[in-house]
Design a binder for this molecule. Sequence first.
Ligand SMILES: C[S@@+](CC[C@H](N)C(=O)[O-])C[C@H]1O[C@@H](n2cnc3c(N)ncnc32)[C@H](O)[C@@H]1O
Length: 347
Amino acid sequence: MSRLDIAIDGESLITPDSIASEVFSSTDPIRDGELEEARAAMALHLRVAEQQFQQDGDVGQTMLRLFTAMNAVRNRYSPKVWEQVIPIAQNHAVARYCHEDPFTRWSFEKPRGYSGDAGLLDFIYGHSSVQPLLDAASPLGKAIHGFVSQAPACAAVRERRDLLAQFVDDVASSRGGEAEILTIAAGHLREGSMSQALKDKTIKRWIALDQDPMSVGAVASEFHGTVVEAVNGSVGTVLKRAQSFGTFDFVYAAGLYDYLADEVAIKLTQRCLQMLKPHGTFLFANFADEIPDDGYMETFMNWALLLRSEEDMWRIMRAASEGLDVECTIRFGQNKNIVYGIIRKLS
Ligand SMILES: C[S@@+](CC[C@H](N)C(=O)[O-])C[C@H]1O[C@@H](n2cnc3c(N)ncnc32)[C@H](O)[C@@H]1O
């Protein structure tokens, strides 16, 4: 099986191991003594955090210090060294404290067998479906959740949902009731409930595709009686039989490219552009490469993502749109934790 075949398989694509091989791949040489130094730094930070938890101090302060420390160790050492010190954090007593937060624990345990499932995102959205788990958490777990769910990456994800709903509404209003939309890796399609156009029934067709049958079932029941059509399918499905979906005014993917190596990201983008009607828009979102939450996410949440710079986004857009009559733009969310690549067909 080629790397591309593996990567487009919806399930193997997003296991921590498969993603780690991409995320932590680096040709940076490892300095003499770098690993020992990183181990010592990690052990020290964890010891301080453990003491702070034991002393029952201000949880927000403890978490802020922990987030800052994990980010600093991650940035200071080469990815290969960082990868080797992650298990120190994951096996430390501090991890047990962090896992009292049901969101952090869900991410770490991966109840659906892969990272970043729609149930996990519901903690970020503050959706009522996760409230029983939050209610059952310890006071410390609740306090940790209060911090983690307000961290910049989570704020950016909530803004992303709102931006997507706004894009959908704008496309709908410009197409006079004829708008056709395709969401790839839709998860629970939470932006759907924010869309005024969906409420007003001014969208003609909205396909919400995801590789997880449980999420597809959830979308089918939540949006029953609307134009939303929940479809079980993966990136592989889009690459192999895009024609069967028809064409769209707006195609987008959020929370997906962070798991796709460039090679697959470019192929998927090309295919999405082929599915656009004249003057249609394609949008993909990716976490930016300098997010303060990365160290905490990769250790205590075991949630590694392919973070991308503006240049990384341009590289995908340029490669995918070569020879096409399109306009490419990049925009950031407010706190710059998420970057958006937008490609508009000009004819
Ligand atoms: C982080 S969630 C994002 C969900 C939603 N777009 C949102 O923003 O809330 C990632 C979603 O991508 C889906 N996914 C992951 N790999 C996929 C693939 N290869 N094909 C289709 N969906 C995939 C997962 O099932 C999950 O629902």
